[in-house]
Design a binder for this molecule. Structure first.
Ligand code: EPU
Length: 428
């Protein structure tokens, strides 16, 4: 028996939806708790599978994890004495590699298996390892693709990243925050989750400046204290609901967001013909007319985010005319196109470029979520489609979207969780 989403398309999404805490911030901040000398209380934690995995890793290392309510967790890292992340947990998500930087910063040693996560082709971590080495660590691969990093004493240094990497920037920050002396990360990533991690660490007494620019300066401190911190809203979850509203010709107020983080997304949706109204912490998205084609190229922040590329492509598949989508970050992030084609999309992919010829409508079909954002794109297409879509492999989607069914239903979507097997289809 496998779990699937059953979506009956053709319903306009209307009403309001509250956005959860950011996945890519929380998966960095949870490991960062290891660096603290006291209890960390984290608020606005999204209820997603990746959070469950990160908390399991923290517990397996010896941390005390206590939920105060469904979105607030308290972590006491003081009992932690182990520095090896279990293989099965590391494989469940990409961000398990943040435990390398955090354990290294805390103990001067870490043993972490190579991480899992979405498959976009090769995902090297050479820049992370280069950063650790620059701080004085010795990096050695051991058996079973486990990485061991050792440093009797971490010492601040200049780190120039060869390419803008979110993961390498986070890992270098984690390792440097308690190192002796000053670390300067050049060509750093500028994503909102980098700023959130810096704000979290600074709230514990770290001295990090420049996060959000391409030069981050970290003056190492001996000790970090406990803190209470609230995670920023998830820009990609927000963008996904905005795109779903546009796809269905709906009218949705996306609440609890930081509109500045969404500028590249709102700009493209406006270009496509959506009406957007910005408030202090909400954005209203509505569409009455036809969708207009446009071109999109993904880039590091503040460019258009790669994590919204599949969702915007699903929308462009319904726009009049030809659109060109260029993936500027990952080698292979068009695997979802085959699934959209099953639904009637007309998309040709050549390397990192997709040429999208708009069609008048999608048709419901049996499809797979090949990765997290691919799953989001399929859902957007299914909500707008004529007929019924069954989505397989929804565990990818559960890694990053909190209470998706409940939130979509509250906007009027016809979506449910079903269990399928042996010719039987059962509602869950
Ligand atoms: N890269 C290297 N060497 C490295 C690190 C990165 O060559 O050592 C390359 C990558 O191959 C890629 C580019 O640099 O071509 C950027 O990769 P980055 O390190 O920024 O990606 P990441 O840290 O592995 C995070 C997000 C991804 C998001 C990317 C880009 C997390 C946990 N993951 O991945 O999010 O696509 O940044 O913004 O923060 C998602 O949420 O669906 C997701 C995949």
């Amino acid at each position: 028996m496998s779990k699937k989403y059953l979506i009956r398309g053709g319903h306009r999404l209307t009403g309001s939806v509250d956005i959860s805490g950011a996945k890519n911030a929380v998966v960095a901040i949870l490991p960062a708790c290891l660096l603290s000398g006291g209890v960390c209380r984290l608020e606005n934690i999204p209820g997603i599978a990746d959070v469950g995995t990160a908390l399991e890793i923290l517990s397996s290392l010896g941390a005390t994890v206590r939920w105060l309510d469904k979105n607030t967790v308290e972590i006491d890292p003081r009992p932690v004495s182990l520095h090896t992340v279990p293989h099965d947990l590391a494989r469940k998500m990409r961000a398990s590699y943040y435990f390398i930087g955090a354990l290294l910063g805390r103990f001067g040693m870490a043993r972490v298996p190579m991480p899992g996560g979405c498959d976009f082709g090769v995902r090297p971590i050479d820049q992370h390892l280069k950063g650790f080495s620059a701080l004085g660590a010795t990096v050695s691969p051991v058996e079973n693709a486990i990485i061991e990093v050792l440093a009797p004493r971490l010492v601040g240094n200049a780190i120039y990243l060869d390419m803008v990497s979110v993961g390498a920037t986070v890992n270098c920050m984690l390792a440097a925050v308690r190192a002796r002396g000053v670390t300067i990360i050049e060509n750093a990533a500028k994503e909102p989750h980098i700023v959130d991690l810096a704000n979290f660490l600074n709230s514990m007494g770290a001295d990090i400046r420049g996060a959000g620019t391409d030069v981050i300066k970290i003056r190492g401190v001996d000790l970090l204290s406990g803190t209470t911190y609230s995670i920023i809203p998830d820009q990609i979850e927000a963008g996904t609901y905005m795109a779903a509203a546009v796809a269905t010709g709906g009218d949705v107020l996306v609440r609890g967001v930081i509109p500045k983080h969404l500028e590249s997304i709102t700009a493209k949706l406006s270009e496509m013909g959506a009406d957007i109204e910005e408030y202090d912490d909400a954005i209203r998205v509505c569409r009455t007319g036809p969708l207009t084609h446009c071109n999109v190229k993904t880039m590091p922040h503040p460019g258009f985010p790669t994590d919204m590329q599949p969702q915007i492509s699903a929308l462009l598949g319904l726009a009049e005319g030809t659109s060109i989508v260029t993936e500027g970050i990952w080698d292979n992030r068009f695997r979802y196109v085959d699934e959209l084609r099953r639904m009637g999309a007309d998309i040709q992919v050549d390397g990192k470029v997709a040429v999208i010829q708009g069609v008048s409508h999608y048709k419901g079909a049996p499809v797979k979520a090949v990765d997290l954002r691919a799953g989001a794109a399929i859902i957007i297409a299914a909500l707008a489609a004529v007929g019924e879509t069954q989505v397989e492999d929804i565990h990818h989607i559960e890694r990053g979207y909190e209470r998706l069914i409940e939130k979509m239903r509250s906007l009027g979507a016809d979506i449910s969780l079903i269990q399928v097997g042996d010719g039987i289809r059962q509602a869950l």
